[in-house]
Design a protein around this ligand. Structure first.
Ligand code: ADP
Length: 477
């Protein structure tokens, strides 16, 4: 397969070819991606800027039709696109098919939102004057997405951008060009006017500065690492460019003495290790109160050791490979640093040999032996979780909140009082009770606090906040 950029309604020719690797099987190349250069990225911005005014004036029916058609095709092809996604990113086939389904549902949701856009009509405080408040499109938006959700994250940025009338330049992560290309191909055939949606398969270091510097780009939405996010914040701040950031997480799951043990272990395993732990909402900090600590730790260890790590496409695999060799080494380095810092390895953390050559790693559990350890602070972005024991709920809540991140937080308890208190006092954008911290709906806001997020929320009706600008119009009769 060949993955190319889509610029002004045309597939861009040329560019350096790179083979897209399958992390489950290094002998199974997924396809060849052609890397666009700076000139191509400028051309994409030009195309979007040329297409934006007309798209901004398009009616809700046209936007609904495009988004609904794209959503239907994604849903109809979820198995095939799921295979492509599983091959290039490494999550298991059921997880990948689920993600593709999610992308389809997101397009369907925002098709509806295009029809539901409304404003407010008010009387002015001055007699004889009327006031209208409405949302208008931004113009051109730059979207930068990571590799861990190669179709869902592009979908949850692209769909609202188009629904609310903006033109798009999408830059997906270099490791996952195939899913983004597939999405571009679908949008290309969806009835969208040329140039409204542009895909650039190019390096972040090339695309970032162009999106920041070109005045035609009104806003940037970024999901990725904290380092890049902070740099974008500084650069966009200087230029007063609208920005939305979703960055790291180090999400606590607090398990209380009165929790249902099986449910708590299940939440911990799913939240910490599914999708190979490569989720910004992963439950990477497990905290248990003393009364249940021994039983929880034993059951958790047994369940962790039982997890089947293997080829993403093989039936029965629960945990796919780490996305690539660089990430695998980074996870192993964090495990080593954790040990040097005094964390105790409870189980896992070793490479796993399978029939195919891939980046397989047994999920690892680390016991936190003192507060503030590196293992409990730094996001690993892999199948690694820490376990800490606290004396009671209050100590658990304090520890859960003792992080520079604030994306998701979870609690397992049968106490209504503690569940209620935790929902109020967890310092996170999303709180889960008796559920893993990962696994969110698409029709409600997504986002965090503190070092995890910046700017308005993504997804659901809240997405309008970022993807539109508000106009207040006064008229004298
Ligand atoms: P991750 O490790 O989760 O992929 P990154 O921040 O490295 O996080 O990457 C997220 C996205 O940001 C990718 O699409 C990447 O290419 C892009 N990116 C990397 N460097 C820059 C940059 N300087 N400016 C803008 N985007 C960048």
């Amino acid at each position: 397969m060949q993955f190319r950029s889509l610029i002004g309604g045309r597939w861009w020719e040329g560019g350096r070819a790179t083979v897209n690797e399958n992390p489950s099987d290094l002998d199974d190349p997924v396809g060849t991606a052609y890397e666009a250069d700076a000139e191509a990225v400028h051309a994409a911005v030009n195309a979007a800027a040329a297409a934006a005014p007309a798209w901004g004036l398009s009616g809700p029916q046209q936007r609904f039709d495009v988004l609904d058609r794209a959503g239907s095709e994604i849903l109809a092809r979820r198995e095939e696109l799921g295979r492509l996604l599983a091959r290039e990113e490494g999550k298991t086939l059921p997880e990948a098919i689920g993600e593709v389904g999610r992308a389809g549902q997101i397009f369907k949701f925002f098709a509806g939102e295009a029809l539901r856009q409304g404003g407010q009509v008010l009387d002015s405080v001055r007699p004889g004057v009327g006031v209208e408040v409405r949302r208008e499109p931004l113009g051109v938006v730059g979207l930068i997405t990571p590799w861990n959700f190669p179709i869902a994250i592009p979908a949850w940025k692209v769909a609202p951008a188009l629904a609310y009338g903006s033109a798009v330049v999408l830059k997906p992560a270099e490791r996952v060009p195939g899913s983004a290309w597939a999405l571009a191909d679908i949008l290309h055939r969806s009835g969208l006017p040329e140039g409204v949606f542009n895909l650039v398969l190019a390096r972040g270091s090339v695309v970032g500065p162009i999106l920041v510097e070109r005045p035609e780009v009104a806003a940037i939405s970024f999901t990725g690492s904290e380092g890049v996010g902070r740099r974008l914040a500084a650069d966009c701040g200087l230029r007063l460019k609208k920005l939305q950031l979703e960055m790291g997480g180090k999400n606590p799951l607090l398990v209380l003495d009165d929790a249902d043990l099986d449910q708590a272990v299940n939440c911990a395993i799913q939240g910490a290790f599914y999708s190979t732990g490569q989720r910004c909402t992963a439950s990477s900090r497990l905290i248990v109160t003393a009364g249940l600590a021994e039983r929880f730790a034993a059951a958790l260890r047994a369940a962790t050791e039982k997890l089947v790590v293997g080829h993403a496409l093989e039936a029965g695999t629960q945990i796919g490979p780490v996305v690539d060799g660089v990430q695998l080494e980074s996870v192993e380095r964090e495990l080593e640093l954790a040990r040097q810092d005094g964390a105790r390895l409870i189980c896992g953390g070793q490479r796993v040999v399978r029939a195919t050559q891939g980046h397989f790693l047994q999920p690892a559990l680390l016991e936190v032996t003192r507060p503030g350890m590196r293992a409990d602070r730094v996001e690993v972005f892999g199948p690694v979780a820490t376990l800490a024991v606290v004396k009671d709920y209050e100590a658990g809540l304090a520890l859960a909140n003792d992080t520079e991140f604030g994306l998701a937080a979870g609690i397992c308890t049968t106490s209504l009082k503690h569940a209620q208190h935790f929902k109020r006092h967890a310092q996170a954008g999303m709180v889960m009770v008796n559920l893993p911290t990962a696994g969110v709906d698409y029709h409600v806001p997504f986002g965090g606090r503190k070092g995890s997020s910046f700017g308005p929320r993504e997804q659901g009706a809240a997405a309008a906040e970022f993807y539109t600008t508000v106009k207040t119009a006064y008229q004298c009769a």
